[in-house]
Design a protein around this ligand. Sequence first.
Ligand SMILES: NC(=O)c1ccc[n+]([C@@H]2O[C@H](COP(=O)([O-])OP(=O)(O)OC[C@H]3O[C@@H](n4cnc5c(N)ncnc54)[C@H](OP(=O)(O)O)[C@@H]3O)[C@@H](O)[C@H]2O)c1
Length: 266
Amino acid sequence: MDRVGVIGYGHMGSMLVKGFLASGVLAPGEVVVASRSRGNLDACAAAWPGIAIAATNADLARRCRTIVIAVRPQETMGVLREIVPVMDGSEHLVSLAAGIGLHDLEEMYAGPVSRVVPTATSAVGEGTTLVCHGQWVGTDEALMVENLFSAVGSVMPVGEEDLAAATLLSSCGPALLAAIIGELAGAAARASSLPPDRALVLATDLLTATAAYLRETGRTPEDLIGEVATRGGVTEVGVQGFRDRLPGVFDGVFAAMLERYGGLRK
Ligand SMILES: NC(=O)c1ccc[n+]([C@@H]2O[C@H](COP(=O)([O-])OP(=O)(O)OC[C@H]3O[C@@H](n4cnc5c(N)ncnc54)[C@H](OP(=O)(O)O)[C@@H]3O)[C@@H](O)[C@H]2O)c1
């Protein structure tokens, strides 16, 4: 059987196992999990009867055709050193590690390698998982991995040269938007007697409604601004305020995040 292994049962590993199984993309008997602490593995076995728990990472690698590595970036090379010696080159290695390139992975393992970047919102089946395939990944293997990760939302293949910027949008983005929602709600509460919790409900609803509107109508953000901001009106003042101040702020934030991303393994 072509089993899928997940190494590292932390935030991402447990979220992926849940997504693969709850969606029905995989059955428990098709999944093998390995992780460092016994407590996480016991929780996994209790949550998913029929799932296989591997005694070691190498044991998992011997039993799986697709191996998802969901440990932290600084732990990824150590895991590769454990598993590569027992692999025959036909297994598909899928790494979640931010900042570890296809070249680094292919230097360690001369077989099919992909990088994937899910996001926190994948836990509710929303958001985009970025996928970036290495030179030895065939069409069928690429489709298999993309289908697997469609269990936790949409999937977008990207070139590795764009992976960092795309990661800041899709994977760091939920935290960035959450910060913006908090600021919008805070400004409304500070400027009125509206309680902060009610302002937050309004701002959160605003975000989901705006996303649904853009998605369902196919209009662009610029179209929507044109619909809401009448000439000389209240919204135009707000949009102009953002246009005067935000591009510089956003460019600075992106530059700082890209610099940090580049140093992730250090
Ligand atoms: N969090 C996000 O939003 C996000 C988004 C996209 C991508 N990623 C990427 O996903 C990866 C995992 O992130 P995470 O947030 O899930 O981290 P995490 O919660 O710290 O989970 C990592 C897991 O790996 C286990 N582990 C550590 N060393 C191991 C080893 N040598 N062998 C087996 N298992 C080992 C840990 O076990 P213990 O519990 O015993 O320590 C832990 O359960 C990272 O590479 C990150 O860059 C994360």
